[in-house]
Design a protein around this ligand. Structure first.
Ligand code: FPP
Ligand code: MG
Ligand code: MG
Length: 329
């Protein structure tokens, strides 16, 4: 990114994100293959918050954010994220993403899988100049993504505690990528090991809070958030934290919910009934409290870092997540 100088953080971040955007476009251009270019840029062109690149950029502020490697790191984490969405939408048979038809809906599963592979390959190319430690870091995080997604697919065995199992799944399938964003941003900026550790811990906790917030909004949010229809987890039969908590106990509500939630809920009437019960259940309030708790952990991880506008911004992001989950935002 261009040297930060005295520019205010928000302006610098905007500029750096524009550089990330340019690098993403340049990286995904497949010479001589306009179809691959179209397919590979489909979701990026549809929008997205660029949250992971933003975290990478903010993390870079704890080192020398003017290094060219910083923009590479920020672009690479977005590519890994988008790649995982291409594959995830195949697995979940999702029809839409970011408010547009998913890649699989538009071009079929085979194209979506290969395009996802292409994105992973390009992300690896972007990270290579950052050196072997960064490459290893990225590979480790991708291993966790795959592990989390596989465990979600397989589900907890009879002996496993479902909530512990679930928390491990989301740490791997979601938080690992946030941790990578923070660590890679700091690494690219030449930050020292203690700074990288603190930012990695921030990313890990923030990622858990982020996924739990998503789970809460799937039940209690406005009808569609992030371009996805609400109730998607219930339709797929994914027992998220609010659901697992609501199913606990002996009362009438857990019993009724158990009846309604046997397997994926495809019937609209059943989905509405289950959503109504879940919204009133203490499980939802408990899940909201867990979002706040993990957001607090993320914030706490930043205590190890010197005060700066970037640190203030990361703290504000934690507060924003907790507010979003509580319905106050
Ligand atoms: C979205 O979850 C999916 C993930 C967070 C991870 C997906 C990971 C893989 C497919 C492993 C392969 C990884 C790579 C790098 C190719 P969700 O289905 O709960 O959320 P959604 O509502 O956004 O679909
Ligand atoms: Mg999905
Ligand atoms: Mg999924």
């Amino acid at each position: 990114a261009t040297a930060p100088g005295e520019r205010p953080l928000a302006e610098w971040t905007r500029h750096a994100l524009a550089e990330v955007e340019d690098l993403l476009s340049a990286t995904l251009r497949a010479p001589g293959d306009p179809f691959l270019t179209t397919v590979a840029t489909h979701l990026l062109a549809a929008g997205g918050k660029r949250l992971r690149p933003t975290i990478a950029l903010l993390a870079a502020r704890f080192g020398d954010p003017g290094r060219p490697e910083v923009v590479r790191a920020a672009a690479a984490v977005e590519l890994v994220h988008v790649a995982s969405l291409y594959h995830d939408d195949v697995m979940d048979e999702a029809a839409t993403r970011r408010g547009v038809p998913s890649v699989n809906a538009r071009w079929g599963n085979r194209v979506a899988i290969l395009a996802g592979d292409y994105l992973v390959a390009r992300a690896a190319e972007l990270v290579a100049p950052l050196g072997p430690a960064a490459v290893e870091e990225q590979a480790r995080m991708m291993t966790r993504l795959v592990t989390g997604q596989l465990r979600e697919t397989v589900g907890p065995g009879r002996d496993a505690d479902p909530e512990r199992y679930y928390m491990r799944v989301i740490a791997d399938k979601t938080a690992a990528l946030f941790a990578l964003a923070a660590r890679l941003g700091a690494h690219a900026a030449g930050a020292g090991p203690e700074t990288r550790e603190a930012l990695g811990a921030f990313g890990e906790a923030y990622g858990v809070a982020y996924q739990l917030c998503d789970d809460v909004l799937d039940i209690a949010g406005p009808d569609a958030h992030a371009g996805k229809p609400a109730g998607a987890d219930l339709r797929q039969g994914v027992a998220t934290l609010p659901v697992l908590r609501a199913l606990r106990g002996r009362g009438r509500t857990p019993a009724r919910l158990r009846g309604l939630l046997r397997g994926p809920v495809t019937d609209p009437g059943r989905l509405a009934a289950a959503t109504r019960l879940l919204r009133r259940s203490p499980g939802l309030a408990q899940a909201r409290a867990e979002v706040a708790r993990h957001a607090g952990r993320a914030r706490h991880a930043l205590d190890a870092l010197p005060g700066s506008p970037a640190r203030t911004e990361l703290i504000a992001m934690c507060a924003h997540l907790a507010a979003r989950a509580s319905g106050k935002d």
